[in-house]
Design a protein around this ligand. Structure first.
Ligand code: IVH
Length: 697
C-alpha cells in the first residue's frame, strides 16, 4: 500500500475515532455504535502494525480505558491494569499463536524448551493449550483484600491510577467482603456487570416513573459503579464475576484460578473452559457467537489465555496489553467497510437495482461482500459515493444494510453514483418512471429481464420446478431453446441431451420435472406471471376472487377463463375488490391489456398448462362493510358484541376500538358514550342498530 495514502487514512481515522469517543465519553451521546467504532479502531490498528513508524502517542490504539473522574478519590494499582489486543477471525488468532511461538522458539530448528510446558513435538509446537473465558461486557474492577477483608475497590482508570469506588462496590452482593480462606494480601480482578434481566426490569421501572432509561447493560454497570451515592448504586443490583488473581498463589495453570476464586467465595463462569489448541478455541468461539443471546449477561467475545502461567513471564507485555492473552471478538452486528463499486442489477420487471460491492466484512458472523442500495432515492438519502467508508449492519437474519456513510473519511477521489442511461445488458434506454423511485429498462425483450422472468416462473414461490435454476435457464436461452415461460413445456429430452452439462438421465429428469408441474395452483400461476406488485397475499386475493366468478361451474379451459375474467375487469371494478389497492389494480389491468401477455397466456394454454382452482374457497361478494374500519359503541339489543364483531369481520370489515379520522362507520347502540360524541365531531358516518342489522343480513 502507498505510504502516503496510509498516512492520510490514519490521520482521518484518528480524527473520526476521537470525535466519536468524545461524544460518547464526555457528552454521553452515542454518535456511532461501539461496534462500528471498534471496526474503525481495528482498521487503524492494522495499518499501524504495517507501518509502525506512523504510530503516534495520541493514537487511540495507545490508550488504556478512560481517565479517572474527578469526583472519586484516586488510587494507584498494584500492577498495571492492562487492556487486551483484539482478534476478529481465525487468521488473527493463528497469527497471534505464530508470533508467540516465534518469541518462545526464536531459532526454529532447535529443540529448545524455554520454561513451562511449551515444547516442539515433531513438526508442530504445543504451547500447552488455552484457557478460554467469555468476555463479559461490563466494567473491570480490582478488589484488594488485606487479612481477608475487602479494603479497596479500584476502577481501571488509565491502567495505573483508577478511582476508589469501594463504597459502591460494597453494595454488590456477589463481592465477598471477607474471603473464605485466610490470605494476607491478595488482589482479585474481574468484571462488574448488569444482567440482561436486571437491565430490562430497571428500564421498565424507569419508564413508568418517567425517568431517563439506561442505554445498555454495560453503560448501566459503568454508570452505577461511578455513582456518588452508594444507595443509588445499590438499587442497580449489579453482579461481580472474578477472573484474575494478582498475588503469587503458587498456581501453574490459568484454569486453576477459577477453582481458587470459587473457593474464596467469588462468582466465576462455568462456561469458561480449557481448549487444547486453536481448533478447539475456534469451535468454542463459533458456539458462543451463535448462542450468546441465550446467556443471562452480555458478552462481546472470548478472552483466550495461554494456560501455562510460566509462559506469561516470557511472553510479557507489549504496548497496551499482554502477549499471552487475546480478546477474540464476536462479530458485531455493525462494522465499517468500503464501497468499492456499484453495479446495477436488472430485475424481472426491468427495474435496475444498485448493488454496492463491498470490501468483504464480517458482520454478525457472516462475510458480506454485497449490499443492495435499493434505489437512487436511498443513495441520495445516505449521500453515498463510490469509495466511501460506510457502516454496515446485519441484525439477526436480516439482510445486510448500509446505514450510514462516513464522509469525513473521504480522500476526494470518491465518485458520484449515477444511474445508467442505457441498459447494461440490451443497451435499451433506461427511464425513470414518473411517480416511482425506480429506474427501469424499457425493453420488454431485454435478455436480463427475460432471464429473471423465466427464473421467477420456476422459483420456489411460483411454479417451483426442480432442477431448473438460473444457470440452466441461461444455458437454454443461449442455445435458443426458450424465450418465454411457455417454451419450457415444449422442451424434449432430445433437445437437451446434446447440451453441455446434460446426460441422457439428467435431460429426461428435467423434462419430467417440468411436465409434473403442468397443473398449477391459480395463485402460484399469478405469481409466476410476474405481474408487478403481485405478491403472495394479493395473488391469493385475486385467485379467490376469480374462483367466486367461476363458481357457476362452466367447463372451459381454465386459462381462457382466467384470461376472460381478468380482461373484463375495469380499473374501478378491480379497485373495488376487497384487499386490492389502486396500485395493484392498475398493474393487473395493464398486464391483462397487453397484447404480448395475452399471447403468452394463449401459448401456455396450447402447451397444455392447466390451472387448478379446486382448493380455493369461494368468497362472499364484496359487502358494504368490506375494507371498512368500524367502531361499536353503546349496548346492542339483538346480538352480543362478540357476535356483532364476528359478523363485521366475516363481511370483510375491520374492528377498531377508538374513533379516529380513519374510522369509516360507527354502530351506535343504547347509551353510546364518548366515542359517539367524537364521531359526531369528526363527521364519521353513524348508524343505528337497526340499520346495522339490515346491512349484515
Ligand atoms: S482478562 C489485560 N478476562 O475485557 C486485561 N478480561 O478489553 C486482562 N474482560 O479490561 C483482562 N471478561 O474489563 C479478562 N474473562 C475476562 C474478561 C475480561 C471481560 C474485560 C476486562 C478487560 C477488557 C479488555
Amino acid at each position: 500500500m502507498d505510504k502516503n495514502f496510509v498516512k492520510n487514512r490514519i490521520e482521518k481515522l484518528k480524527k473520526e475515532i476521537a470525535f466519536h469517543r468524545y461524544q460518547y465519553h464526555v457528552r454521553d451521546l452515542e454518535s456511532m455504535s461501539q461496534e462500528a467504532l471498534d471496526s474503525l479502531k481495528n482498521e487503524l490498528f492494522k495499518l499501524e502494525q504495517e507501518f509502525p513508524d506512523l504510530v503516534t502517542s495520541d493514537s487511540p490504539t495507545q490508550r488504556v480505558g478512560g481517565r479517572p473522574l474527578d469526583k472519586f478519590k484516586k488510587a494507584a494499582h498494584s500492577s498495571r491494569m492492562l487492556s487486551l489486543f483484539d482478534a476478529f477471525n481465525k487468521q488473527d488468532m493463528a497469527d497471534w499463536e505464530a508470533r508467540n511461538i516465534k518469541i518462545l522458539f526464536p531459532r526454529p530448528p532447535l529443540l529448545i524448551r524455554r520454561g513451562g510446558g511449551a515444547q516442539r513435538r515433531g513438526g508442530g509446537v504445543d504451547l500447552g493449550g488455552y484457557f478460554c473465558e467469555l468476555k463479559l461486557d461490563g466494567i473491570a474492577i480490582a478488589l484488594r483484600y488485606e487479612n481477608n477483608s475487602l479494603v479497596q475497590a479500584i476502577t481501571r482508570g488509565d491502567g495505573r491510577i483508577g478511582e476508589d469506588v469501594t463504597g459502591n462496590i460494597k453494595t454488590i452482593d456477589s463481592v465477598p467482603l471477607n474471603l473464605a480462606d485466610k490470605i494476607k494480601n491478595i488482589e482479585v480482578r474481574g468484571e462488574i456487570i448488569m444482567t440482561k434481566a436486571v437491565f430490562k426490569e430497571l428500564n421498565q421501572k424507569y419508564k413508568k416513573a418517567n425517568k431517563p432509561e439506561l442505554k445498555n447493560p454495560r453503560n448501566a454497570a459503568a454508570g452505577s459503579v461511578r455513582q456518588l451515592d452508594p444507595k443509588l448504586a445499590a438499587e442497580r443490583k449489579l453482579d461481580f464475576i472474578a477472573y484474575e488473581i494478582v498475588a503469587d498463589m503458587g498456581l501453574k495453570k490459568n484454569e486453576e484460578k477459577r477453582e481458587l476464586l470459587a473457593r474464596l467465595g467469588f462468582k466465576t463462569l462455568r462456561e469458561n473452559k480449557y481448549c487444547a489448541n486453536l481448533e478447539a478455541v475456534n469451535k468454542m468461539h463459533a458456539h458462543w457467537e451463535k448462542n450468546r443471546d441465550n446467556l443471562p449477561f452480555e458478552v462481546d467475545g472470548m478472552v483466550v489465555k495461554v494456560n501455562d502461567l510460566a509462559l506469561w513471564n516470557i511472553l510479557g507485555t507489549v504496548g497496551k496489553g499482554p502477549r499471552y492473552m487475546m480478546a477474540y471478538k464476536f462479530a458485531g452486528i455493525q462494522v465499517t467497510t468500503r464501497i468499492k463499486e456499484v453495479v446495477w442489477q436488472v430485475g424481472r420487471t426491468g427495474v435496475l437495482t444498485p448493488i454496492a460491492v463491498l470490501e468483504p466484512a464480517n458482520v454478525g458472523g457472516v462475510t458480506v461482500t454485497h449490499a443492495t442500495l435499493h434505489n437512487m432515492d436511498e443513495i441520495k438519502r445516505l449521500k453515498l459515493k463510490i469509495g466511501d467508508t460506510v457502516i454496515l449492519e446485519r441484525a439477526g437474519d436480516v439482510i445486510p444494510k448500509v446505514i450510514k456513510a462516513l464522509p469525513k473519511l473521504r480522500t476526494g477521489k470518491e465518485k458520484t453514483i449515477i444511474a445508467p442511461k442505457k441498459c447494461l445488458i440490451c443497451a435499451s434506454d433506461i427511464k425513470k418512471i414518473k411517480g416511482e423511485v425506480a429506474h427501469r429498462c424499457i425493453n420488454n425483450d431485454c435478455y436480463a429481464v427475460n432471464l429473471r422472468r423465466l427464473s421467477h416462473w420456476t422459483s420456489k414461490g411460483a411454479v417451483d420446478i426442480e432442477g431448473l435454476g438460473p444457470k440452466i435457464i441461461e444455458q437454454l436461452m443461449k442455445e435458443g431453446l426458450i424465450s418465454d415461460v411457455a417454451d419450457f413445456y415444449s422442451l424434449a429430452a432430445g433437445d437437451l441431451k446434446p447440451l453441455e452439462r446434460f446426460a441422457d438421465k439428467s435431460a429426461e429428469n428435467l423434462v419430467d420435472s417440468i411436465q409434473v408441474k403442468k397443473n398449477i395452483l391459480l395463485e402460484r400461476f399469478l405469481i409466476g406471471l410476474g405481474i408487478r406488485h403481485i405478491g403472495e397475499e394479493s395473488a391469493l386475493f385475486l385467485a379467490a376472487e376469480s374462483r367466486r366468478q367461476t363458481a357457476d361451474g362452466r367447463q372451459e379451459n381454465k386459462i381462457s377463463q382466467i384470461k376472460r375474467i381478468f380482461s373484463d375487469y375495469t380499473i374501478e371494478e378491480l379497485e373495488n375488490l376487497p384487499d386490492i389497492g389502486p396500485i395493484v389494480a392498475r398493474s393487473v389491468y395493464d398486464w391483462f391489456h397487453n397484447k404480448l401477455n395475452i399471447e403468452l397466456l394463449n401459448k401456455l394454454e396450447k402447451a397444455g398448462v392447466v390451472i387448478d382452482i379446486a382448493h380455493l374457497k369461494t368468497r362472499k361478494r364484496p359487502s358494504e362493510l368490506s375494507g371498512k374500519a368500524v367502531v361499536l359503541t353503546g349496548s346492542l339489543k339483538s346480538l352480543t358484541r362478540e357476535r356483532a364483531k364476528a359478523k363485521i369481520r366475516e363481511l370483510g370489515g375491520k374492528i377498531s376500538s377508538a374513533v379516529s379520522p380513519k374510522t369509516d362507520l360507527i354502530v351506535a347502540g343504547k347509551d353510546p358514550g364518548s366515542k359517539f360524541e367524537k364521531a359526531k365531531e369528526l363527521g364519521v358516518k353513524i348508524i343505528s342498530e337497526e340499520e346495522f342489522l339490515k346491512m349484515i343480513k
